[in-house]
Design a protein around this ligand. Structure first.
Ligand SMILES: Nc1ncnc2c1ncn2[C@@H]1O[C@H](COP(=O)(O)OP(=O)(O)OP(=O)(O)O)[C@@H](O)[C@H]1O
Ligand SMILES: [Mg+2]
Ligand SMILES: [Mg+2]
Length: 499
């Protein structure tokens, strides 16, 4: 079969004759307390089939009622993407049969998507390693409900969990403007960052709160017509989206080069083999028999409501970045790194309310704090130190009582283990307060030099590298509390007399 051997047979030169054309459909589960048309909890991870009412299960005679919050969250995304917001919204029934869809239809916006147009700015490297900045244009964003979840046991059985049914979703549909796997990855990364900043979705791809369908076609360079697309459904990691696109490029080129034709179909990506395989022929639009839902009245997004949503918009990544740069005076590198993750930027600002040494706050977060964080604890906002403790630690260093290395290597780890202690207390307990008393330190310097007469001679003859040894010895004697700068000065002075 052509598709299974494609990886091995297409040469790089042949591949280079083709251009990729990609459009992405991204589904984001919205962070509402309840479902889109019912009062059932919208909590992820509950026991199977516990968040289900008669409405979610589609019992006859039940009536849906739209959750206002879902509309608000969708509008937030539209405003962030500079889309036009639709004022007159309808919901339609998208009819199909599948066991995880108890009503037999999905409520979705067909003719009146809540957001139209707009785009997402992306930055990525092209094939030559050049950084490209462009806007990925959106066709629209619409609201819909999620289906339940079928779990296949790999044998003969399928079990169903309807908890997910009725979870509010936005589907963001791009125009077919993406031209490489890297660009697709950059787009998804930016969408994930946006939903997290806007607090509308947790962006967690492994748990399926953010999922992506990838539409891919190829055409010869310079050709205007699009090729036939295939759709790869339900991708749950950015890396796999990239792999699927690369594998699909090869398969489609191979098919065309060997005289075959691409059929419009839905395909699945197998993460183990890195290949896609056919699942079913794509239904054409008419198969869904869309019609406006007679149980739901139209939803109007009035100018007042829109103004209210706009007024309550959280800051976007770009605004946070500019604030870090201009208000806090951080270098571009720091600002970009902190603004990349909302939780980091929030933490930075919390600490910076308590100390004005902003660069030190940034250094601490990018260094010791980040090293302690795994992706998960970061998402949960579980920083190893409270903002207050980190600010106290920075103040302690600034006061000259401890050095940065003592603070980061010896106090920070103790504070993580003992959150009840203060940095000052740990410094005192461990005898880490820097000894900057000149007389005491001079006495230690004298002791050290007296103990190493041979080395002192060598130093005086020109082996200046031995200074480090003396510094180290003074440090040892002071149990690490000597001020390194002062120690250096005193040693150099004492060693400056000729032989
Ligand atoms: N020739 C093409 N090559 C690649 N992508 C394409 C091509 N034509 C359209 N697309 C992309 O395919 C996607 C189509 O998504 P859309 O939601 O409109 O339809 P659909 O896939 O039929 O719907 P659904 O999967 O939600 O039932 C868009 O992202 C669009 O940019
Ligand atoms: Mg779609
Ligand atoms: Mg689709």
């Amino acid at each position: 079969m052509v598709s299974e051997t494609a990886e091995k047979t297409v040469s790089a030169a042949v591949l280079a004759n083709y251009e990729l054309v990609i459009g992405l459909e991204v589904h984001c589960q919205l962070l509402t307390a309840t479902k889109i048309f019912a009062a059932d909890s919208n909590q992820f991870g509950s026991e199977p089939n516990t968040n289900i009412s008669v409405i979610t299960l589609g019992h006859p005679g039940t009536l849906p009622k739209l959750n206002r919050k879902a509309v608000e969250l969708a509008v937030r995304m539209g405003l962030a993407c500079q889309s036009a917001i639709t004022s007159y919204n309808l919901f339609a029934r998208k009819n199909y049969f599948y066991p995880d869809l108890p009503k037999g239809y999905q409520l979705s916006q067909d003719k009146t998507p809540i957001c139209v147009g707009g785009g997402v700015p992306v930055k990525f490297k092209d094939a030559d390693g050049q950084v490209v900045e462009k806007t990925v244009f959106l066709h629209h964003i619409h609201l819909e409900e999620d289906a339940g979840k079928s779990i296949h046991d790999g044998d003969w059985h399928t079990v169903l969990d309807y908890n997910r049914a009725g979870t509010p979703l936005i589907e963001m549909v791009t125009d077919p403007v993406i031209r490489s796997a890297e660009e697709a990855a950059a787009y998804l990364t930016e969408v994930r960052r946006l939903v997290r900043y806007l607090d509308i979705c947790d962006g967690n791809m492994e748990e399926g709160s953010l999922r992506c369908d990838v539409n891919v076609s190829v055409r010869l360079w310079g050709e205007e017509e699009f090729g036939t697309k295939v759709e790869i459904k339900n991708m749950n990691s950015i890396r796999n989206v990239q792999r699927a696109i690369e594998s699909e490029l090869r398969r489609q080129v191979e098919t065309i080069e060997t005289g075959g034709t691409i059929v419009q179909e839905t395909r699945m990506f197998d993460a183990t083999t890195g290949l896609t395989h056919g699942m079913r022929m794509k239904e054409t639009m008419n198969d869904y028999r869309y019609f406006p839902d007679p149980d739901l009245s139209p939803v109007l997004v009035s100018d007042e409501w829109l103004a209210e949503i706009r007024a309550n918009m959280p800051a976007l990544p770009k605004e946070r970045h500019d604030k870090l740069l201009n208000h806090y005076g951080l270098p571009e590198y720091d600002a970009a790194l902190l603004a990349d993750v909302k939780e980091l930027a929030d933490y930075f600002e919390a600490v910076s309310q308590l100390t004005t040494n902003y660069k030190a706050v940034s250094n601490w977060i990018m260094g010791p704090v980040k090293a302690q964080l795994s992706e998960k604890s970061l998402r949960d906002g579980q920083f190893p130190l409270s903002a207050e403790k980190l600010a106290e630690l920075i103040t302690l260093v600034d006061s000259g009582k401890v050095s940065f290395s003592t603070a980061s290597q010896r106090i920070f780890p103790v504070l993580i283990e003992h959150p009840e202690k203060s940095p000052e207390q740990v410094a005192q307990e461990q005898n880490l307060v820097q000894n900057s008393n000149t007389d005491t330190l001079q006495a230690l310097v004298d002791e050290v030099l007296a103990a190493w007469p041979d080395k002192v001679k060598e130093y005086k003859k020109g082996k200046k590298g031995l200074l480090g040894l003396f510094v180290g010895e003074v440090m040892k004697k002071s149990k690490g509390s000597a001020d390194p700068k002062l120690t250096n000065e005193l040693l150099q002075k004492s060693l400056s007399s000729p032989l």
